[in-house]
Ligand binder design. Structure first.
Ligand code: ADP
Ligand code: MG
Length: 696
């Protein structure tokens, strides 16, 4: 055990290291910056930079990099070495405060949605001292925000940091109204559970679709999938177990609190859950976790796949974003309290979340939208594309009692008065697990389950923080000016539940009945990315984000364009990969097989006319028809891709166009998969889905 505690955080320039390496005054100044956001003096920055460099050199570093999160959704780095020439022709290792605080990577090749014209290619990275620097592959990495010359955010981290400030301000106003004077800061805590697939590297390398698109574009359904439920929480295979041990160790070195590892529902699917932490650190850690998962897999002859739907025939992968608010004194604000006052406060926060999710269903949906996640949402294993929330029957009864102004009868059948009198203490398990809800209250936090496995959690948390902050702001405005606090409080809860309870659904979210019911309730059902993204720039959403200074209107339009462009690019790459596979590998292989069959017919005939050949002829017929149809689809696909090049249109029109291209791809897939089922496996050019899923 002591070894683990030695390993943990050994690659992180964390608080303990800072305390040890920095002069007392510098340490204090840095801590003030970290907790209150006070600007850092350059002389302090110089001292910190020097200590960081010495620490990194001890660990064998030669380079440093600002580590940032552009709108590609992954992380980026630009390495600089510490060397600096001396007059006598030697070099010394240097790292200044200026280099620590600010970097100037060329921004022209990152998506900007037109925010930064390419002739003004400069972008800035700015140190985020609230997230610790760390060592990765012999390089000192400094977490930073990334923006344009004009100060527009070009990354996912900046808006997240802004949203943390906004919710802090509004939640503090509420706490003050409840008489809390000692809490100085509200933190958003997040624990993202990460799903992934592990596939044998040799097999992976034999499939163009996996290499280029991260998912199988073709593949006949194997006889066995996940129907026996024999994988979920099953014994972990030795090869996978050794991967997981190695992974944990790497993550621990980076100070990442990897906690739980288990098999998931689908064969070859697994999950890793960390212990929760502050949201911006959780975001950095989740990015590092995804990167480390891939790196460690390579060492084990495996490939870690984070695509949301690598295989049609089994469940896809998601990410569960567990979200809560807590005070700097460690009190979870979504934990029903022990005193009547705490309970009333809890119900107010709960009301804020209910109102937020109802009023901003569209933003919740958009923030998880991607071409990859479209395969999951609405499909059988994942939350449907309808956003709703689960709060459990007991909480719902309490809220409805308040709505109707009647006393609440608890589970113990004890009558309880409502409001700031007495509320029952809700045991965690009454908020029964509802695995079908997109957004579920799980006792002391909300679990946002719609996220795809590859997604950066920055976006969803920026949305959650901002929409809840907006409702808290409205509540605080009202309560601060109320004559009688208790009456006003009851009125707010009553009003909220009356107007927004349509968003609460405690039943089976995967059932068809729910889709129909949701429509009756007037809830949105935005099935694909292309349906969802246009809502992003609706006036109410622009108002929300600009008023809270999370995004400027220009930043929003940029993000809207990037989301649609990315969608179109992904579909295009998939379509082109399909064409390659069909024309270069599949049709030639099937022709070989039909040739073998024809040869067999000829040989039989040579022996005697009476030997039956109907089997061969029937297969040849079938495969020839299938190949013809396959070929026709490739011509249609090719033409569609050519057509889109020829006319200029908006990002939305292009995305709509590619969505129809995707329909053609689905039709082609059906034909190819049927062909696979009728072709000799020896001649089929790719490992089958059962090879991929079960040979590990
Ligand atoms: P479960 O019973 O669903 O497994 P856990 O308490 O083990 O619940 O938590 C699951 C995930 O939720 C973990 O990643 C955990 O870190 C995270 N989590 C737990 N409490 C909080 C919280 N207060 N805020 C944010 N995330 C949390
Ligand atoms: Mg979970």
């Amino acid at each position: 055990m002591s070894r683990i505690s030695e390993i943990f955080g050994s690659d992180v320039f964390n608080d303990a290291v800072m305390k040890e390496k920095l002069p007392k005054e510098t340490y204090k100044a840095l801590k003030r910056t970290i907790s209150n956001g006070t600007p850092l003096d350059i002389s302090v920055a110089n001292t910190v930079a020097n200590a960081m460099k010495d620490w990194a050199l001890e660990k064998g570093a030669t380079h440093f990099t600002h580590w940032f999160q552009p709108m590609t959704g992954i992380t980026a780095e630009k390495h600089d070495s510490f060397i600096s020439p001396t007059d006598d022709g030697h070099v010394i290792m240097e790292f200044s405060g200026k280099e620590l605080i600010k970097g100037e990577p060329d921004a022209s090749s990152f998506p900007s949605g037109g925010l930064r014209a390419t002739f003004e290619a400069r972008g800035y990275t700015a140190w985020d001292p609230t997230s610790y620097a760390f060592m990765k592959d012999g390089t000192l990495c400094i977490p930073t925000a990334f923006c344009s010359y004009g100060g527009e955010a070009l990354d996912k981290k900046t808006p997240l940091l802004r949203s943390m400030e906004v919710i802090n301000t509004q939640a503090l106003r509420i706490l003050r109204l409840f008489g809390n004077t000692d809490c100085k800061h509200i933190q958003i805590t997040v624990g993202p559970e990460q799903e992934y697939f592990l596939i044998d590297k040799e097999l992976f390398d034999k499939r163009k679709d996996l290499q280029l698109c991260g998912r199988t574009l073709f593949g006949a359904k194997p006889p066995k999938g996940q129907e026996l439920d024999d994988h979920y929480f099953g014994a972990i295979k030795p090869r996978v177990a050794s991967y997981m041990r190695d992974l944990d160790k790497e993550l621990w070195k980076l100070g990442i609190l990897a906690k739980t590892e288990h098999n998931e529902v689908a064969p070859a699917q697994h999950e890793l859950a960390p212990i929760f932490t502050t949201v911006n650190i959780a975001t950095d850690h989740n990015q590092l976790t995804m990167e480390t998962m891939k790196k460690v897999a390579a060492r084990h002859g495996l490939v870690c796949m984070l695509h949301e739907k690598p295989f049609n025939c089994v469940n896809g992968s998601g990410k569960h974003n567990n979200w809560s608010l807590s005070t700097d004194t460690g009190i979870n604000l979504l934990e029903p309290g022990k005193t009547p006052y705490e309970n009333a406060q809890f119900l107010l926060f709960l009301s804020a979340v209910i109102k937020a999710v109802d009023e901003y269903q569209d933003l919740m949906r958009i923030t998880v939208a991607s071409a990859g996640n479209d395969h999951r949402l609405g499909a059988n294993e994942a939350p449907p594309a309808v956003v709703s929330m689960f709060i459990g029957d007991e909480l719902m009864n309490i809220l409805e009692s308040i709505e109707n102004g009647v006393a609440y009868k608890g589970t113990e059948k004890v009558e309880m008065a409502i409001g700031v009198n007495v509320l029952p203490h809700f045991p965690k398990d009454t908020t029964d697990r509802n695995r079908t809800s997109p957004f579920a209250f799980t006792g002391n936090k909300f679990e946002f389950r719609m996220l795809g496995s590859a997604l950066s959690i920055a976006g969803p948390n920026t949305v959650l923080n901002t929409i809840v902050a907006e409702e808290l702001k409205q509540f605080a405005d009202e309560l601060e000016n109320a004559g009688d606090f208790t009456t006003a409080l009851n009125e707010i809860i009553k009003q909220t539940i009356k107007e927004h309870k349509r968003i609460v659904f405690n039943g089976d979210g995967y059932s068809h009945e729910w889709e129909i019911e949701a429509e009756k309730r007037g809830l949105l059902n935005l099935k694909t990315t292309v349906d969802a993204v246009p809502h992003y720039i609706a006036p109410k959403n622009i108002k929300l984000f600009t008023e809270h200074k999370i995004y400027t209107e220009a930043e929003m339009h940029a993000r809207y364009d990037i989301a649609l462009e990315t969608y179109s690019k992904v579909i295009k790459i998939e379509a082109l990969t399909m064409l390659d596979m069909v024309k270069q590998d599949i049709i030639p292989s099937v022709s070989k097989y039909t040739k073998t069959l024809s040869d067999a017919v000829i040989s039989k005939k040579a022996i005697s006319d009476s030997i039956p050949c109907s089997m061969e002829i029937s297969i040849i017929n079938k495969l020839s028809n299938l190949c013809n149809s396959m070929y026709n689809y490739t011509e249609v696909l090719e033409k569609s891709i050519d057509d889109v090049k020829n006319h200029e249109s908006s990002t939305l029109e292009t995305a709509l166009y590619y969505r129809s291209v995707f329909d053609t791809m689905q039709e082609l897939r059906v034909v190819v998969d049927e062909t696979e089922s009728n072709t000799s496996s020896e001649l089929w050019p790719y490992p089958t889905l059962s090879d991929l899923l079960f040979k590990i």
